[in-house]
Design a protein. Sequence first.
Length: 408
Amino acid sequence: MERVRLVQFSDLHLGAGLGGGKLALPPAKAEKRRTEQRQCLTRLAAHVRDTRPAALLIPGDLFDTGEPDVDDLNFAINTINSVAPVPVFIAPGNHDGYAPSSCYNPHSALYQNRGSGPKWGSHVRIFTAERFETLPVPGHPAVTVTGAAFHRHMPEGTRPLADLPRAPQTGIRILLFHGSLQGYRRAGADNEVLPFNTAELDKAGYSYAAVGHYHRGGPIVAERGRLLGAYAGAPFALSVADDGAGYWLDLELAPGEPVKDAALHPHRCDDRAVVRIEMDLTGLTDNAALGQRLDELLAAAKATPRDLVHVALRGRIARGIRFDPAAALGERFFHVSADDTRVEPDYAVDLDAQDAAEPGLAATCEELFVWRMRQLYRQAKDDAERARIKEALFYGLDALTLGEVHLR
Ligand SMILES: [Mn+2]
């Protein structure tokens, strides 16, 4: 039997707000990214038309919500319809989960009220049930797709893959769903959805699981080393958590043959990457040293001018120094954002010191301020109040030594 080629694409999150979050894209850049996000789907469709795989597999979160705006919905339907007659299988995810009001229900008001808007083509099969069901792949009698839709978070302890229908006995048996592999090494902080482990997946007996949800793609491997499936990851980087995103997956399967790593081909989709850098400011005492360290980290991360750079700062910043990575890098990158909430100013003040005597007449304003804050700190009722006093101390010292207060 001949090898079968498939394309796996998920987690585009079409319609997601791109302006907020830690990336803090200004409106013009957010708009540009919205255009580029749509281009991801356009590129995918062109690739599917060119390469004619047996099927396009979409395991969830194509949209950021099950009720996207009409422009996004019409755009997605038109683009996905353009790959016909290549069969398309969609298993809705936790963001675009199936509900009667969803864009995946042709009877929903959202779908119906678009008047002459495009309809999902007959080559598009959408799994709408929460229970797994098996569909044939038109034109490829040896291939089946078993899929389910996300409807709701399941009660704790539910193991959806533990009581899966038995896999068809022969041919290439694809499993398609949106779920959280426990222990996935490239997991993000994503909410848990349809939890499963490799033992359950292995036991279910499918040839390959095309799974969506985690935005960083990677193989799903059984304990004994057998490849069970993969996450394609998000084709487009949405947020600072999406470093490593930006791909879809081309895959090749043959019946009865174990899938090899080499049969998974990640295909770059997003021209830009989110490059997240951790920078410790401790011991860097002037802006030249800070700038040089940032340059080294960017070079090590192989950041290119097209990228979105996010710098997570930590450690202690030298007294009298202000460091703003966005200002330091100017126009060198598409966008630069920074998070300095974990930075502490390097003021050598020990608030717990018990022995400090009241400052004399010759004391500086700063010495008096620190002495008074230390008193308040000792009288504080709880940790929350102590944390506030520490913050106030740093802000006060900023004002006294820098002549300005930079809100953290
Ligand atoms: Mn998801």
